[in-house]
Design a binder for this molecule. Structure first.
Ligand code: BGC
Ligand code: BGC
Length: 612
């Protein structure tokens, strides 16, 4: 025993010395492969299993478990922040965790992932960009590339390495709570913008200074589940019934191109394909993604998603890893009934020891993870500095966000009322959504489900309007819509309140009674009304359509509400076009371009400009 231990230590000393030679000259792919091979040979079973385990930092029982269990990765799920949510605390937190990893025998650094899905949205005072649905309407690859590059800088400012984005879902049914995470109902738009996004995050190569690792998600069929087959009898995490040909042409396509664009990681979807959970789907993960499409990065599971494969956790682990999942987002005991990472680690070890999972599969998983860590230069620079902190929420990035807002606002209807005329004297702004940064940011903003009010730094729609109105305009705000007789123009903002994932699944997309009542009340004044809709998807406009002289779909614009007033006041003539079909009523849903009897309220591609 002692001799064996001594032997390992001598080898370790020798090899770690080799592996730690400056990585600057280890840049070619072959050299990295060689390093990975050597390292994997040195690793014990425990070290390999740890490398495949990802824990949410909130659920670490002890910080030193990173060292004890050789954890390969940590994540911050929605709202999983350091004790003080500011940029410096993030860097300190990262370094503290990383230091535990560096105390292990082989000093393999952790990789830290987060949902920076519309900017670095968990971090207080970061720039929050529009959700993907708005960017899909801008249909502007250059813009999306710049947004992702700006987000990469903000993620780096906090020390983190990896974003779980872009989401390349192709949403077909707006009742789905994740519709806003999808660029479009059209796979071509999704594919192009998904690629632009990957290029923005990862740059030309992962070892470049301002890049982070991207993660195309969720593989595969995301956005095509049938209403009624999902969680709580709704749609999220449901079943996709497409045949293989359609699955390939619409849903595998964005992943194929993401792979051609060198995406470094891919996250598996909670959904099933023809009643079989994707997380245990060997054909789609191992055969198609890895062998056929030659994906060389690593596959990560979704949040506790392997638990849904089988009631028996060990069986779930065996099926998931054998299907080709390389890293498991365990992520810890977020509710009492959830599995702990300690159980996961024990059961994965047991499954390897009893032959249920072959060592080749484990070595493949670990090699893929290490390969990315080497490519990113993590071994060379595992600890982060504070030298990028000023990039968080910088003016430069806020300017890109404001630009992206004005480019994603779709002018649905305009009875010659916009842009606001220069001689307008009295403007009334109404509606709770007009002055609520939380509402305009939507889900995945500071908290998983988003929030209400001044949740972070930004400008509300009202703030934006204020910045445009000089001395000549009297501006008043009445949440509840009390109209003064001198009012010349009413701007009312209504819409959805924030939600994420299954919490946004809705059987009906009718406007709330309060919103309808508010517009009716305003309409009684006989004054012209501009309506701004804040929502994660098209909603049924029928009850108020004729009461509004102009309608703008502003989606979930994020922290820079002033981009909306740039359009209202004519500084920017709208260019955005619907990347989703807008239904007339609930009976039409799901409705998508190309359907037979296609007769929506607004067609896919609709969007007015001021020249129309
Ligand atoms: C979501 C993913 C997300 C992960 C980590 C899951 O519930 O489906 O999109 O990346 O949580 O927060
Ligand atoms: C986390 C999210 C995650 C979700 C999944 C939440 O507690 O914060 O990131 O996506 O759980 O259920």
């Amino acid at each position: 025993m002692f001799i064996k231990k001594l032997h390992i230590n001598i080898i370790t000393f020798f090899c770690v010395s080799i592996l730690n030679v400056s990585c600057s000259d280890i840049t070619t792919k072959d050299e990295i492969d060689m390093k990975v091979e050597q390292l994997v040979k040195m690793m014990t079973l425990e070290e390999k299993v740890g490398q495949m385990t990802q824990v949410d930092h909130r659920y670490l029982e002890k910080k030193s478990d990173i060292k004890k269990y050789f954890l390969g990765s940590l994540l911050s799920g929605g709202g999983s922040v350091p004790d003080t949510n500011n940029v410096r605390s993030w860097v300190r937190m990262y370094n503290e965790y990383q230091s535990f990893a560096l105390e292990t025998r082989l000093k393999i650094p952790i990789i830290y992932g987060i949902d920076a899905v519309h900017g670095h949205n968990n971090v207080l005072n970061a720039t929050i960009f529009p959700h993907n649905i708005g960017l899909g309407c801008s249909n502007d690859e250059d813009l999306v590339r710049r947004i992702s590059a700006a987000t990469a800088r903000e993620v780096q400012a906090t020390g983190l390495d990896w974003t779980f984005a872009p989401c390349v879902a192709v949403a077909q049914d707006e009742r789905w709570g994740r519709t806003y995470e999808s660029f479009s109902e059209d796979p071509d738009i999704v594919t192009r913008l998904g690629n632009a996004s990957i290029q923005g995050y990862q740059g030309s190569s992962l070892d470049q200074p301002n890049t982070i690792l991207a993660c195309a998600k969720h593989y595969v069929g995301d956005g095509n589940t049938i209403y009624g087959t999902g969680m709580h009898g709704k749609i999220d995490r449901g079943d996709v019934l497409l045949d293989e040909k359609e699955l390939r042409s619409k849903y595998i396509k964005p992943f194929k191109e993401a792979i051609d664009n060198n995406v470094g990681s891919i996250m598996v979807s909670y959904n099933s394909w023809q009643s079989k959970k994707l997380h245990g789907h060997k054909y789609l993960i191992d055969e198609v993604l890895k062998k056929e499409l030659k994906f060389n990065g690593f596959v990560v599971s979704d949040w506790a998603a392997i638990d849904e494969i089988d009631k028996n956790y060990k069986k779930s682990i065996i099926q998931a890893v054998n299907a080709g999942i390389d890293m498991v987002m365990v992520p810890g005991q977020f509710i009492e009934s959830a599995n702990s990472y300690i159980d996961f680690i024990e059961l994965l070890k047991e499954s390897i020891q009893d032959g249920s999972i072959k060592m080749d599969r484990i070595d493949d998983a670990v090699s893929r993870i290490l390969n990315i860590k080497y490519s990113m230069g993590l071994f060379e620079k595992p600890l982060k500095k504070f030298n990028k902190v000023n990039d968080l929420g910088s003016d430069k990035n806020r300017a890109i966000a404001r630009e992206s807002v004005k480019k994603s606002v779709v002018l649905l209807k305009n009875n010659n009322i916009l842009p606001i005329r220069k001689n307008t004297r009295n403007i009334l702004v109404a509606g709770e959504h007009a002055d609520n940064i939380g509402y305009q940011c939507g889900g995945w903003s500071i908290w998983w489900q988003g929030g209400s009010g001044k949740i972070t730094k930004g400008t509300s729609i009202l703030d934006g309007i204020k910045s445009h109105t000089g001395k000549n305009i009297n501006l008043s705000y009445s949440k509840s819509g009390d109209v003064d007789k001198n009012t010349d123009l009413i701007i009312v903002a209504i819409g959805e309140k924030p939600y994420a994932e299954m919490n946004g699944d809705r059987e009906s997309l009718e406007l709330s009674e309060d919103d309808i009542e508010l517009v009716n009340k305003l309409s009684k004044s006989g004054k012209p009304i501009v309506m701004i809709l804040i929502s994660g998807r098209p909603m049924i406009l029928e009850p108020i359509l004729d009461k509004c002289d102009a309608i703008l779909a502003a989606w979930l614009p994020g922290s820079e509400g002033a981009g909306i007033s740039d359009v209202l006041f004519g500084d920017y003539s709208p260019t955005a076009k619907l990347s989703f079909t807008w239904p007339k009523n609930m009976k039409q849903i799901p409705i998508n371009f190309g359907d037979t009897n296609y007769d929506p309220l607004y067609r896919f591609g609709h969007g007015l400009t001021f020249k129309d």
